[in-house]
Design a protein around this ligand. Structure first.
Ligand code: 5AD
Length: 446
């Protein structure tokens, strides 16, 4: 067997894509190795969302170049978003690369790798291709939680974002193919799926007949043995009353919503072309909390978008405070080639971005800690997913609202169980708790 080494950067969809690649190549007798030096083929799955992501890839490619110097037969491939967007730059800055292909070409990875091994010149494949559901998985893929891509692409055209250029138009997988994939995962022991899409709540409108995420929830909910459904990422613009209702009514859908805000200032939201206002965002949060009081929110925020003033930024802080997010991911605005915001005047200085980054995190940590403290004393449903990172003998899992909980469950609970834990302590990054009434806990494994 030939040996394949995979290096993955970026989002969950990239992780999912890498798994598919491993699965497809396994069918052609490639076996995965953790050791780059032992590999015949190395594929780097890349991210282009921010400049930093690209820098990481180039420094990795620099390392691989040294490896290849001693082993001229080694094939190095670059795949994913940066490959799609910047194939010219990849080949210029990393001439040792033998293969460059974008995510639409993943279905043909085996053929591309074979060509790259044969042909002396680099193989380039960055065209559009029809969407195919790839179900090939590496043999090690059996696990408790899995990502499942339900749609690809994005047509939102936010002015800061490169994704419409890297992942193409919106294309949804048919519900039957998604359900079949999830049934397969559950048969191998999976208990929780996260449905993935760049604008996952726009799911299904391109299908004939059209469908939506609410309908997909209902279908996936019927998969026996599955415990939990999560989904990411949603855009407030497409958030329908039907989806809000489904979050309340479909039992396996968890009370956790990742809803990128990006900015709390209407002026900035408009310049970002986000399609909603601050008031609309808050209205959605209220509607979701009304439908499901336990709903936890996480969000993405960009600081230092071109033209963002101190007043705009203050408006963002206010929304963070008002929503009381459980978790906030903050990004400094990064100019992306070919996007409208990259050429806007009034680019914000790096030190201002750094300062705003720090200030959002401060507020986010404070409101997040208050949310955690609020959970103290409550009994929560936990899916046990492993041993606690800290101490041996302790188990760890997540609540439906996506919090990490560590608890002493030795001998009374095992990985894969759904148990009830009473929260005794709220630490900065996790909760601590005690197993309650184990005899009443729902344990699928027994
Ligand atoms: N600069 C900084 N952050 C960005 N994001 C997307 N594009 C950019 C950019 N050009 C952030 C957004 C998005 C998350 C995945 O990455 O907040 O929700």
């Amino acid at each position: 067997m030939a040996k394949l080494h995979l290096i993955t950067y970026g989002c969950q969809m990239n992780e999912y894509d890498s798994e598919r690649v491993a699965g497809l190549l396994r069918e052609r007798q490639y076996e995965l190795t953790d050791d780059a030096a032992a590999a015949d083929v190395i594929l780097v799955n890349t991210c282009a969302i921010r400049e930093k992501a690209e820098d990481k890839v180039f420094s990795k490619l620099g390392e691989l170049r040294r490896l290849k110097a001693g082993r001229p037969d080694l094939v190095i491939g670059v795949m994913g978003c940066m490959a799609q967007l910047q194939q010219g730059m990849v080949l210029r800055r990393a001439p040792q690369v033998d293969l460059v292909f974008g995510s639409p070409a993943i279905a043909r990875v085996a053929e591309l790798v074979e060509r790259a091994r044969r042909e002396p010149r680099p193989v380039l494949e960055t065209g559009e291709a029809p969407l195919v559901k790839i179900t090939a998985k590496p043999p090690s893929a059996a696990r408790l939680k899995a990502f499942v891509t339900v749609m690809e692409g994005c047509e939102k055209h936010c002015t800061f974002c490169v994704v419409p250029r890297t992942r193409g138009r919106e294309r949804s997988h048919p519900p039957a193919a998604i359900v079949a994939e999830i049934e397969g995962l559950v048969a191998e022991g999976c208990r929780e799926v996260t449905l993935l899409g760049q604008t996952v709540n726009a799911y299904g409108r391109d299908l004939t007949p059209p469908t939506d995420l609410a309908e997909l929830f209902a279908r996936v909910n019927d998969v026996a043995g599955l415990e939990r459904i999560r989904f990411t990422t949603s855009n407030p613009y497409n958030l329908t009353p039907r989806l809000i209702r489904a979050m309340r009514e479909v039992p396996k859908v968890c009370e956790w919503f990742h809803l990128p805000l990006q900015s709390g200032s209407d002026r900035v939201l408009e310049r970002m072309n986000r399609g909603y206002t601050r008031a609309r965002y808050l209205e959605l949060v209220d509607a979701l909390r009304e439908a499901e009081p336990a709903m936890a929110f996480s969000t993405d925020i960009i600081v230092g978008f071109p033209g963002e003033t101190e007043a705009d930024f203050a408006a963002t802080l206010e929304v963070v405070e008002r929503v009381a997010f459980d978790n906030v991911f903050v990004f400094r605005y990064s100019r992306r080639p070919g996007t409208p915001a990259a050429t806007m005047p009034e680019q914000v200085a790096d030190d201002v971005k750094a300062d705003r980054n720090r200030r959002v995190l401060e507020v986010a940590q404070r409101v997040g800690a208050a949310r955690s403290a609020h959970l103290r004393g409550r009994t929560m449903e936990v899916l046990v997913d492993g041993a606690s990172r800290r101490s041996t003998g302790e188990l760890s899992g997540r609540t439906r609202c996506n919090r990490v909980v560590n608890f002493d469950g030795q001998g009374r609970a095992a990985v894969g169980d759904v148990v009830h834990v009473r929260v005794t302590d709220a630490l900065p990054h996790s909760l601590r708790g005690m197993l309650t009434t184990p005899e009443e806990a729902v344990c699928w494994s027994k």
